[in-house]
Design a protein around this ligand. Structure first.
Ligand SMILES: C[S@@+](CC[C@H](N)C(=O)[O-])C[C@H]1O[C@@H](n2cnc3c(N)ncnc32)[C@H](O)[C@@H]1O
Length: 270
């Protein structure tokens, strides 16, 4: 196992205790202050990830290497973000991977964009549409911080007016009116490509499923992911009392090429 030593300019996740973490970029001469005391960045530089620094008040701060999930959860937020549990299912349903060309809307904070960029690296591209221009600046900062910027093109455009790209592998939506994007997605997608839409309300998923049916998509499915944490302690292990009961529904479908069948053929294929 090779250790990775921390250099100036690296990001570190300081794990203070369960559910209390801080992400900082290490800069010589700086210090990081918390209610459990401060640590100097010089104490962190040169140490391997996985080691420990002691704060000025004597608390142990574990130094972890930030993961995609940390960049998402620590992003500077300006909208509701898509949470890791939903992102995991969205990316799986989308079928994207290294080299994929992906359309996304709306960008919002860029949390989902980060994950899409992460999975299409090193050569794929995410074209992310956002109609509110000021949001794009913060999304860009979040993407640059996570070193995922070069796989993303942010576009200040209302996606219900059309998609500029064609032959894309997936269209991924988190916006108020996904059903209005279904016709544009149909034009932009490769045959067999996927559309995945995240919506918080039932009315949205009904409208979206109907539009997908109208355009002849197949494998149309809607799921909801409920994640319940466990309190694990011998003799007292049980579900945690509190959980996030609802985030949203994930609707996915795949495009097929339109076929013009004679009446007799239609009966035989049913
Ligand atoms: C819930 S936020 C998306 C959050 C994002 N998934 C994330 O993880 O950060 C919805 C975003 O969609 C944008 N939006 C809504 N309708 C749109 C449209 N027709 N075209 C482009 N963006 C749109 C909104 O401005 C908002 O920023």
């Amino acid at each position: 196992m090779t250790e990775e030593t921390i250099s100036e300019g690296d990001d570190v996740l300081l794990y203070v205790k369960e559910h209390k973490t801080y992400m900082i970029r290490v800069e010589a001469g700086n210090s990081f202050h918390t209610h459990k005391g401060y640590v100097t960045h010089d104490d962190i530089i040169g140490k391997p990830y996985g080691s420990t620094v002691i704060s000025s008040l004597g608390f142990e701060f574990r130094i972890l290497k930030p993961m995609l999930r940390d960049y998402i959860m620590k992003s500077a937020r300006q909208t509701q973000i898509t949470y890791p549990k939903d992102i995991a299912l969205i990316t799986m349903a989308s079928g994207i991977g290294p080299g994929s060309r992906v359309i996304e809307a709306g960008t919002g904070t860029g949390a989902l964009t980060m994950a899409l960029a992460f999975y299409v690296r090193p050569k794929g591209k995410v074209f992310s549409y956002e109609m509110r221009a000021p949001f794009l600046d913060v999304a860009e900062k979040n993407l640059r911080r996570a070193k995922l910027w070069k796989n993303v093109k942010l576009k200040n455009k209302d996606i219900t007016e059309g998609i500029d790209e064609s032959q894309v592998d997936a269209v991924i939506l988190d916006l108020a009116t996904p059903w209005l994007v279904v016709p544009h997605a149909h034009k932009a997608l490769k045959p067999s490509g996927t559309i995945v839409s995240f919506s918080p309300t039932v009315d949205q998923i009904v409208n979206t499923a109907e539009a997908l049916n109208d355009y002849g998509y197949v494998d149309i499915e809607t799921i909801e992911c409920l994640m319940r944490g466990m309190q694990v302690e011998r003799g007292r292990t049980r579900p945690q009392t509190l959980m996030t009961a609802h985030t949203g529904y994930i609707t996915s479908a795949r495009k097929i090429m339109s076929v013009k069948l004679e009446d007799s053929q239609v009966r035989r294929t049913q």
